[in-house]
Design a protein around this ligand. Structure first.
Ligand code: UD2
Length: 316
C-alpha cells in the first residue's frame, strides 16, 4: 500500500484546496501537518473524516520527523506568508520559512519520502526590467519573506543534488479563492477586496493602484501542484505557478465592482515597503514540462470567489 500524501499547511487556504483536490483525484486519506496558527479546522469541513490532522509546528523537528513516511509525497505549503509581516516581525517568518523548510526536507530525506513539492513565491523575482518573469531571470528579493522563500528553493535544489531527494519548487503567483482569510492586517488583497465589495465599503489601496499582479485561482494552483508531484525529469527544478496575465489593483477593484454591480471609489494610502511593482508569470516551462493548464480566467475566478464569500457571510 502506498503512503498517504502529506500536506504541510493543509488547514490553510491553499493547503485545504490541495487536500480536497488530492481526495477528488483518488487519495484515500491525506495527512495534514499544521500548527493552526493561520490554518483552521473549518477549512477542512466536509473532508475532515478523510484527513489525519497533526497539530504540529514545522519548527519542531522532533515532532515532525515521525510524521513523514517512506514513499510519501510531501506537499510543503506551511509558511508564514506576507511581505509586510516579514518586515514588521522577521524572526518568526525566518524560523518557519527557512528553518521549518529545512526540517521538512531533512525529515523527507531521512524517511525516504518519494518527492517534496515546495510552495515557493513569485516574490523571489523582485522588480525585473522585463515582463513576464521567467525562471532563468536572476532573483532579486525585496523583503525578508521573498528572501526566505528563495532560500527554501535553494534548499530544495540542494537536497536534490546532494542527497538525491526528489524536489520540485513552484513559485506561486498571488493565489486567490475561497477560504482566504480577509481578517488579518496581512491578508491577501483580493480577500480584502471581497469583504469590502460585499460590505459596500471602500478598500485602501497602497500606492497609486497601478501595481499589477498575476492573480491565480486556487484550484488551478492545486491542480498544478499535483502535476508537479508526478511529472518526469523535473526533479530539483523551479517553475512559475501563475496564470500568465496581470491586472492592476485599480483594474481589479473595478472589475470586482462591475461583477457585484457596485460603484465604490477606493481610498489610497502610502505605498507598502517591500512591495514588488509588477508581477506576471511566464508559464511556458510549467505548461511544457508539468502540463500546466489553468482552467479559470481571472474573471471566472473572481466570480466564484465572490459567490463563496457571499455564501459564507449568509450562513455565518
Ligand atoms: C506576495 C507574492 C505572492 C505570495 C504572497 C504571500 C509578489 C508579487 N507576490 O504577494 O506570490 O507569495 O506574497 O503573502 O511578491 N494591497 C493594497 N491594499 C490592501 C492589501 C494589499 O493595496 O489592503 C496591495 C499591496 O500593497 C500589493 C498588492 O496589493 O501591492 C498585493 O498585496 P498582497 O499582500 O495581496 O500580495 P503580495 O503581492 O505581497
Amino acid at each position: 500500500m502506498s503512503a498517504n500524501p502529506i500536506v504541510t499547511g493543509g488547514a490553510g487556504f491553499i493547503g485545504s484546496a490541495l487536500v480536497r483536490a488530492l481526495l477528488d483525484a483518488g487519495a484515500k486519506r491525506v495527512s495534514v501537518i499544521d500548527n493552526l496558527a493561520s490554518g483552521k479546522r473549518e477549512n477542512l469541513a466536509g473532508v475532515a473524516e478523510r484527513v489525519d490532522l497533526h497539530e504540529v509546528d514545522i519548527r519542531d523537528a522532533g515532532a515532525l520527523k515521525p510524521l513523514i513516511k517512506r514513499g510519501a509525497t510531501v506537499y510543503h505549503l506551511a509558511a508564514i506568508p506576507s511581505v509586510p509581516r516579514s518586515i514588521t516581525d522577521p524572526n518568526p517568518s525566518h524560523e518557519v520559512n527557512i528553518n521549518g523548510t529545512f526540517n521538512v526536507l531533512s525529515a523527507a530525506r531521512d524517511a525516504g519520502a518519494r518527492r517534496v513539492v515546495y510552495a515557493a513565491s513569485s516574490s523571489a523575482y523582485g522588480d525585473t526590467e522585463v515582463l513576464p518573469k521567467t525562471e532563468s531571470m536572476r532573483p532579486a528579493p525585496l523583503s525578508p519573506y521573498a528572501a526566505q522563500k528563495l532560500m527554501g528553493e535553494y534548499y530544495c535544489s540542494v537536497f536534490h543534488s546532494c542527497f538525491g531527494l526528489e524536489t520540485v519548487s513552484l513559485r506561486f503567483f498571488n493565489v486567490f479563492g475561497p477560504r482566504q482569510d480577509p481578517n488579518s492586517p496581512y491578508s491577501g488583497v483580493l480577500s480584502i477586496f471581497m469583504k469590502c465589495v460585499l460590505a459596500g465599503t471602500p478598500p485602501t489601496i497602497f500606492g497609486d493602484g497601478e501595481q499589477s499582479r498575476d492573480f491565480t485561482y486556487v484550484e488551478d494552483v492545486a491542480e498544478l501542484v499535483m502535476r508537479a508531484a508526478e511529472a518526469e525529469g523535473v526533479q530539483g527544478r523551479v517553475f512559475n505557478a501563475g496564470n500568465g496575465n496581470r491586472y492592476t489593483l485599480n483594474e481589479t477593484w473595478r472589475l470586482l465592482c462591475d461583477i457585484h454591480g457596485a460603484a465604490i471609489q477606493p481610498r489610497y494610502g502610502p505605498p507598502r515597503a517591500g512591495d514588488v511593482r509588477d508581477s506576471q508569470a511566464d508559464v511556458t516551462a510549467a505548461v511544457r514540462d508539468l502540463g500546466h493548464a489553468p482552467r479559470f480566467s481571472f474573471e471566472e475566478g473572481l466570480r466564484r470567489t465572490l459567490a463563496w464569500y457571499a455564501e459564507a457571510e449568509r450562513t455565518a
